[in-house]
Write a protein that binds this ligand. Structure first.
Ligand SMILES: Cc1cc2nc3c(=O)[nH]c(=O)nc-3n(C[C@H](O)[C@H](O)[C@H](O)COP(=O)(O)OP(=O)(O)OC[C@H]3O[C@@H](n4cnc5c(N)ncnc54)[C@H](O)[C@@H]3O)c2cc1C
Length: 420
C-alpha cells in the first residue's frame, strides 16, 4: 500500500462509493468500504452515462473495466429523439450531437461485475449500517454502526445515497431537512425488444426515445446490444414538492395496472410497451433540496446522492457522483497530500463540487418541467417552443473540463506551499 499517513473509510458501496474505493485502492491507498446491505447490489435497470461521466470514469482508471463488461463493449453516444406520447407518436425533436461525444448506456449490475472483483475482500465490510458519525478529541472520526460496532478513520467518505447518515454530520442533525418528494413516481422495467416488435410496435426502439406529454413522460433506450428495452415511465401529480414520503420510496413489484392506467390516454406503441412490463418497480422521486452549500465538514466528505440526489430527467445523477469521485481521488492521490494538509485539500473539493452539482440539479428540474409540459393541455408548450428549449440542454452537463479545473486548483495550492 502507498505511504499515506491518513486512513480512509467509505460509507456505502453503491456506484459512487465503489468508484472512489476502487480507484484509491488501485492507487495503493488503503480504503475500507462499509456497506449496509449483506452484499453489493444494483437494481436490474439501465443507466445512461454522458461524456462527462465517461471522462470521470476514465480519470478514475476504471473505464476499461466497465467497458469490458458492457454490451457492446465500446463507447457509443446515441442521442435522444423526442416524440409525442399521445396519438401516433409524432416526431418533436432530434437532439443533435457534435462528432466527438462519447457516452454509454449500461445495465447497472455490470458496473458491479466490473469493479467488485478488483477490490480485495479484506477491504469490504457488509451488514454495516452507519448510524452516526462523530469526531474524537484527537480530530479523527468515528462511524458507529447499527450492530454497536464502530470504526475510526482520518477521512470519512459519505457515499450512502439519498437517505444518507453521513449527510447529517455535514449538513446538520435533521435527517429530513434536506429531502423533498417531487410528487413524481417513476415506474421501471425491462422488456424484450423482439417481443414488442412481434406485438406490433412500429416506433424504432433501437434509439433512445423520450415520449412527452402533460404531467408524464416515458424514457426508453435499448441495452444489452438492442436485446432489451429499458423503460422509465414518470407520472407527476404536481410540479411542487412535498415533505419526504413516509411510505417505502422504492417498491420492487407494484400492480402493472396502476402504471398502465396512468397512461390510459396515450398512443398505441407506448401502451404495448407498458403492457409488457409485468412487475414494474415504482420509485417515488426524492431529491436533496434545498441543495447543500457544502459537501465537507472537518474530514467528512459527501459524494454522489448523499451530496446531491436529483431528479433523473437529464440522466445526470451518477455522472455527478463520478465527478465527485474523480475530484476527490485526484486530490487524495497527490504525492504532497498528507494528514497535515488534508482539511485544506478537502476545502478544494468543497470549492469545486457544490456549485457544479447544484447547477445540474437545477437543470434537471427544469427539464422535468419541460418534458411534463408538452401538449395542448393548460399551459402546455407547442412543438416549436419545445424544440427551442430542448436545443443544447445537455451542453452544461456534458462539457466541462474537470481535469483542467482540478489541475489548476492543485497547482495553485501546492505552488503556495500547500496553503489556500
Ligand atoms: C428512476 C431513476 C433513473 C435514473 N437514471 C439515471 C441515469 O440514466 N443516469 C444517471 O447518471 N443517473 C441516473 N439516476 C440517478 C442514479 O441512480 C444515482 O445518482 C446513483 O445511483 C447514486 O449512486 P450512489 O452510489 O451515490 O448512491 P446509491 O446508489 O443509493 O448507493 C448508496 C449505497 O449506500 C448504502 N447505504 C445506505 N445507507 C447506508 C448506511 N447508513 N450505512 C452504510 N451503507 C449505507 C446503500 O445500501 C447503497 O449500497 C437515476 C435515478 C433514478 C431514481
Amino acid at each position: 500500500m502507498a505511504e499515506k499517513d491518513f486512513t480512509i473509510v467509505v460509507v456505502g458501496g453503491g456506484m459512487c462509493g465503489l468508484a472512489i474505493a476502487t480507484a484509491l485502492l488501485r492507487a495503493g491507498i488503503e480504503t475500507h468500504v462499509f456497506e449496509a446491505a449483506p452484499k453489493f447490489d444494483e437494481i436490474g435497470a439501465g443507466i445512461g452515462l454522458g461524456p462527462n461521466a465517461v471522462a470521470a470514469l476514465r480519470g478514475l482508471g476504471v473505464l476499461d473495466d466497465v467497458l469490458s463488461k458492457a454490451d457492446p463493449p465500446r463507447l457509443a453516444m446515441r442521442p435522444y429523439t423526442f416524440v409525442t406520447g399521445k396519438g401516433n407518436h409524432e416526431h418533436i425533436f432530434d437532439y443533435a450531437l457534435s462528432a466527438d461525444e462519447q457516452g454509454l448506456s449500461i445495465y447497472r449490475p455490470i458496473f458491479l461485475d466490473a469493479l467488485v472483483p478488483i477490490i480485495d475482500a479484506k477491504y469490504t465490510h457488509f451488514d454495516k449500517r452507519a448510524v452516526s458519525v462523530s469526531t474524537t478529541p484527537s480530530g479523527k472520526h468515528v462511524v458507529k454502526f447499527h450492530d454497536n460496532t464502530s470504526v475510526e478513520a482520518d477521512l470519512i467518505i459519505g457515499a450512502d445515497g439519498i437517505k444518507s447518515t453521513t449527510r447529517e454530520f455535514v449538513a446538520g442533525p435533521h435527517p429530513d431537512k434536506h429531502l423533498r418528494y417531487v410528487n413524481t413516481s417513476t415506474y421501471r422495467g425491462l422488456v424484450s425488444i423482439s417481443a414488442l416488435k412481434k406485438d406490433g410496435v412500429k416506433t424504432d426502439l433501437t434509439k433512445p426515445l423520450l415520449w412527452m406529454g402533460m404531467k408524464k413522460h416515458v424514457v426508453t433506450y435499448p441495452i444489452r446490444g438492442n436485446e432489451l428495452l429499458n423503460v422509465g415511465a414518470a407520472v407527476s401529480t404536481s410540479f411542487t414538492t412535498s415533505p419526504p414520503a413516509t411510505d417505502s420510496w422504492v417498491e420492487r413489484s407494484v400492480p402493472a395496472k396502476e402504471m398502465f392506467d396512468a397512461y390510459d390516454d396515450w398512443g398505441k406503441d407506448i401502451k404495448i410497451i407498458l403492457s409488457h412490463i409485468k412487475d414494474p418497480s415504482r420509485w417515488m422521486m426524492h431529491v436533496v433540496d434545498p441543495p447543500l452549500e457544502h459537501y465537507v465538514k472537518e474530514n467528512v466528505v459527501l459524494v454522489g446522492d448523499a451530496a446531491h440526489a436529483m431528479v433523473p430527467h437529464l440522466s445526470a445523477g451518477v455522472g455527478q457522483g463520478f465527478e465527485d469521485a474523480y475530484v476527490l481521488y485526484r486530490l487524495l492521490i497527490h504525492p504532497q497530500t498528507s494528514a497535515k494538509n488534508l482539511q485544506s485539500v478537502l476545502r478544494i473539493y468543497d470549492t469545486i463540487r457544490p456549485p457544479r452539482a447544484t447547477m445540474v440539479q437545477r437543470e434537471s428540474v427544469r427539464m422535468g418541467r419541460l418534458y411534463h409540459g408538452f401538449g395542448p393541455g393548460a399551459g402546455g408548450n407547442t412543438v416549436k417552443q419545445t424544440q427551442e428549449q430542448l436545443n443544447g440542454i445537455w451542453n452544461p452537463v456534458w462539457y466541462h473540463d474537470l481535469e483542467k479545473e482540478v489541475d489548476q486548483h492543485l497547482n495553485r495550492f501546492y505552488s503556495h506551499g500547500g496553503k489556500l
